[in-house]
Design a protein around this ligand. Structure first.
Ligand code: IPD
Ligand code: CA
Ligand code: CA
Length: 259
């Protein structure tokens, strides 16, 4: 299903035909392809699992807290997609009683499929995924993202970005949170943080990061749970994770503490 939806994205990217609308502001976009991808995924899941709840970014209302719930980001990286910038993905997760148990992320342009199941491991195109072993911030490559309210909210991640950028080998802002996290799971990146994310951005990737040996936590230091609006993910190497926690804390001094 993620492959099929990914193909829709790939074709949309090639044809450049998707209509763009704004959501709450001129930077928060939705395209015809977001909607078509979500429709395709929801219709197929409904046929296959008529008893399961489904929560998609473009049509979800209230996230059910019990039972099986499919959580969908039909196009993660809409801003990139709308501009033709070739980084975007499809993310599908299954929560059971609010626990992420299954995750699939499809990158249609690199023909990459990432998936993981709780207790069963994490895979990229059939190969087991493992996080990196980088132990120091000075040798790390990180990723982050900036929420759509960044122009109006002073808690806009620029303090954190300024802190980490000079202390690392680099901080990427590729524009698809799901891929940022999948890339932590497969070891291409050593860590990722972001404020303002939603359950559909993170749920699939969390399963992958954990199954690949990494940590997916909220800024509060607790394991990430659906409903948490921020994420600190790392390769789980203690010194690396501690450096990220300390860095975030120090960069965020004076900013509201977030759960
Ligand atoms: C966005 C992307 C982006 C992240 C934003 C997300 P969307 O998702 O993942 O990288 O920085 O926080 O909202 O809107 O393209 O699905
Ligand atoms: Ca998203
Ligand atoms: Ca999206």
């Amino acid at each position: 299903l993620a492959r099929q939806a990914g193909e829709l994205l790939r074709l949309g990217h090639e044809n450049g035909a998707s209509l763009v609308h704004t959501k709450q502001s001129t930077v928060d976009l939705v395209t015809e392809t977001d909607l078509a991808s979500e429709r395709l995924i929801i219709d197929a899941l409904r046929r296959e699992y008529p008893d399961h709840a489904i929560y998609g970014e473009e049509s979800g209302d209230v996230l059910p807290s019990s039972g099986p719930v499919w959580v969908i980001d039909p196009l993660d990286g809409t801003t990139n997609f709308a501009h033709g910038f070739p980084v975007f993905s499809v993310s599908i997760a299954l929560l059971v009683d609010s626990q992420p148990v299954l995750g699939v992320i499809r990158d249609p342009l690199r023909d990459d499929s990432f998936w993981a199941e709780r207790g069963q491991g994490a895979w990229r195109n059939g190969q087991r995924m493992q996080v990196s072993s980088t132990a120091e911030l000075g040798r790390s490559l990180l990723a982050t993202g900036f929420a759509y309210d960044r122009a109006t909210n002073p808690d806009n991640n620029l303090a954190e970005f300024s802190y980490f950028m000079p202390k690392t080998r680099g901080v990427r802002r590729a524009g698809s949170a799901a891929l940022d996290m999948a890339w932590v799971a497969c070891g291409w990146l050593d860590g990722y943080w972001e404020r303002g994310i939603n359950v559909w951005d993170a749920a699939a990737a969390v399963v992958m990061i954990r199954e690949a040996g990494g940590l997916a936590m909220s800024y509060s230091g607790q394991p990430w749970r659906p409903g948490d609006r921020n994420m600190l993910a790392s390769n789980g190497v203690q010194t690396m994770h501690d450096a990220l926690v300390t860095g975030l804390r120090s960069a965020r001094a004076g900013l509201p503490s977030l759960t």
